[in-house]
Design a protein around this ligand. Structure first.
Ligand SMILES: NC(=O)c1ccc[n+]([C@@H]2O[C@H](COP(=O)([O-])OP(=O)(O)OC[C@H]3O[C@@H](n4cnc5c(N)ncnc54)[C@H](OP(=O)(O)O)[C@@H]3O)[C@@H](O)[C@H]2O)c1
Length: 250
């Protein structure tokens, strides 16, 4: 009998880093559930997963909602039978001075990045522990969660909390064979960010602070996710892998 294919759920997979992670996991042999708040945006990534010979399942998900999280995990489990890997990629950025952030903006950043990552991780933990199976959770944090920068307080605080959540959940769930890790990318050039990354004044300012003198790529982040999801990473848990071209080495 053929071995069961491993399965993954990638949040925020309609574009950018999440879409690349989903496609690379498919090329690594995973069947992949991909989510968006607007599932019609998933057509491109669904095609890439299918082209890799893997099964793709589109799921509607707003990570800020407990009910939506429960429905999304249930939909993926209903389609695949079980989930092995969760990638918490969904996130929103906010560049604004702490004095000017509105309560609604704060709640959206914290609700999406922090509460969303917690709700998804907990639902995945319940699924794995309830089924008595090992698994793996990988959350996309940021170097803004490791070092300070003006105008990034809500975002950086949400990402710092993800890094700490990673340690807490890794300790709580180690006895169940669940590994929990995070990735902290530095500046990653994606289609959505192409405009600001092309601005010469931003580009010069940002590259001067990156020892490797270039931005990261979504493919480099996806490769790290595939590694952490692989059996080669079986002894890694509670860690944050930093991919930043040396940004935080200064
Ligand atoms: N790009 C960078 O330089 C960089 C650096 C460090 C860390 N990161 C982190 O990497 C992750 C991906 O970044 P990116 O640049 O690829 O971002 P992006 O292009 O803005 O994509 C973000 C994704 O998150 C989803 N999302 C937003 N709000 C959501 C919600 N409430 N519920 C569910 N999904 C939601 C979006 O889904 P919809 O389809 O619903 O819009 C979208 O697919 C984020 O966590 C980001 O903070 C990025």
């Amino acid at each position: 009998m053929a071995a069961r294919r491993r399965t993954a759920f990638v949040t925020g997979a309609s574009q950018g880093i999440g879409a690349t992670i989903a496609a690379d996991l498919a090329r690594d042999g995973f069947d992949v559930a991909v989510s968006s708040t607007r599932p019609e945006k998933l057509a491109g990534v669904l095609g890439e997963i299918a082209a890799a010979g893997a099964r793709a399942v589109p799921v509607a998900l707003d990570v800020r909602s407990q009910a939506s999280v429960e429905q999304a995990i249930a939909a993926a489990v209903g389609a695949f039978g079980q989930l092995d890997v969760l990638v918490n990629n969904a996130g929103v950025a906010l560049k604004k001075s702490a004095l000017d952030i509105t309560l609604a903006e704060w709640e959206n950043v914290i609700g999406t990045n922090l509460t969303g990552t917690f709700l998804m991780s907990r639902q995945m933990g319940r699924h794995l522990i309830g089924g008595g199976r090992p698994g793996c959770i990988i959350s996309i944090a940021s170097t803004h969660g490791l070092v300070g920068l003006e105008g990034r307080s809500a975002y950086g605080i949400s990402k710092a909390a993800i890094i700490h959540m990673t340690k807490m959940l890794a300790i709580e769930w180690a006895e169940h064979g669940i590994r929990v890790n995070a990735i902290a990318p530095g500046r990653v050039e994606t289609a959505a960010r192409a405009g600001s990354f092309a601005d010469p004044s931003y580009r010069d300012w940002a590259l001067a602070r990156i020892p490797l003198r270039r931005f990261g790529t979504a493919e480099e982040i996806a490769a790290a996710v595939c590694y952490l999801a692989s059996l080669q990473a079986a002894y890694i848990t509670g860690q944050t892998l930093v991919l930043d071209g040396g940004l935080t080495a200064y």
